[in-house]
Design a protein around this ligand. Structure first.
Ligand SMILES: [Zn+2]
Length: 295
């Protein structure tokens, strides 16, 4: 395994890092990874982490593929229903800001979202580093899907990163690149897990939102705000993704207790998701948040 150690906090450059917790890679290797916290600005990140050339190995999992392609188990079915609901929900979210326009989806996976948006009359551009997913996306939308951010030069009304920015090695560089690709009136939508959510605090090292080592960065509202402001962008609104509390609780229950029967798991996860959403309301600390970002 090719690991690299980050010695300076990418947000504030401090070298004072402390152990936040140690988490397991439950989806592929069962390897342990440390998650560190900057004592100066509070940014939390996986450290050390696989290099960008080694990280591909950690995406080779049947679990991972079934979630993008649709399996046959009960949980896969629930996931597919939730995904259909989520596609429409995201469409309406975008429509509230821009009636139509051109859209760039970073980390578009197998192209579900851009395909949906294209069917609604949007001009779409996708970027996906995984060759297998990119191939499927290309077939689905019947147009080229880019492999790399550097290939993109035009400007967009909307840029979306649905649970993607936490996977990208070059953090500040990517945010700056996205800013350059955004029209002056454009909007960026960034969805990420929130490690300060009630369900993250309940499940701690078993919390599925950590998803090490694929998740390199673990954001809170404070650290996302700092990342944006320091790169010349601003947060316009923050929106909760309430379904994520249920999905993340379901996975976290599985990581915590592998032998648990599936009905018990679903009941516990439903209760956990419900309670998390309830507790999260006052401080807007939901399991996952969407940051709506402007220039
Ligand atoms: Zn820091």
């Amino acid at each position: 395994m090719m690991l690299e150690k980050i010695s300076n906090c990418p947000l504030c450059n401090s070298t004072e890092l402390e152990l936040h917790l140690t988490a397991t890679d439950y989806t592929t290797t069962l390897e342990l990874f440390n998650i560190e916290k900057c004592t100066s600005c509070g940014f939390v990140f996986t450290n050390p982490r696989p290099t960008s050339s080694a990280i591909g190995n950690y995406y080779q999992s049947d679990n991972y593929i079934s979630h993008t392609d649709g399996g046959t188990g009960l949980l896969d079915k629930i996931y597919l229903i939730a995904r259909k609901f989520a596609l429409n929900w995201k469409y309406n979210l975008l429509k509230a800001k821009h009636t139509t326009g051109n859209l760039f989806d970073v980390g578009c996976g197998t192209g579900e979202f851009i395909s949906h948006m294209k069917s609604k009359g949007w001009k779409v551009t996708g970027m996906e580093p995984s060759a297998a997913a990119r191939e499927k996306a290309t077939l689905k939308i019947q147009q080229n899907v880019h492999a790399n951010l550097d290939e993109i030069t035009q400007q967009f009304d909307v840029i979306t990163l649905w649970h993607v920015i936490e996977h990208i090695h070059l953090l500040n560089e990517t945010v700056l690149k996205l800013k350059s690709l955004l029209k002056p009136t454009g909007t960026i939508f960034i969805a990420v897990p929130n490690h300060e959510s009630p369900d993250a605090k309940t499940y701690r090292q078993h919390w599925a939102g950590y998803d090490v080592p694929r998740h390199l960065w673990h954001f809170s509202k404070t650290t996302m705000e700092k990342l944006m402001v320091d790169n010349g962008l601003k947060i316009d609104t923050i929106i909760p993704m309430k379904l994520d509390a249920y999905y993340v609780s379901l996975l976290s229950e599985k990581y915590k207790n592998k032998r648990q029967n599936i009905i018990t798991r679903i009941i516990k996860a439903t209760a956990s998701g419900f309670i998390s959403n309830l507790k999260a309301k006052r401080a807007m600390n939901y399991s996952s948040l969407i940051y709506i970002i402007k220039k």
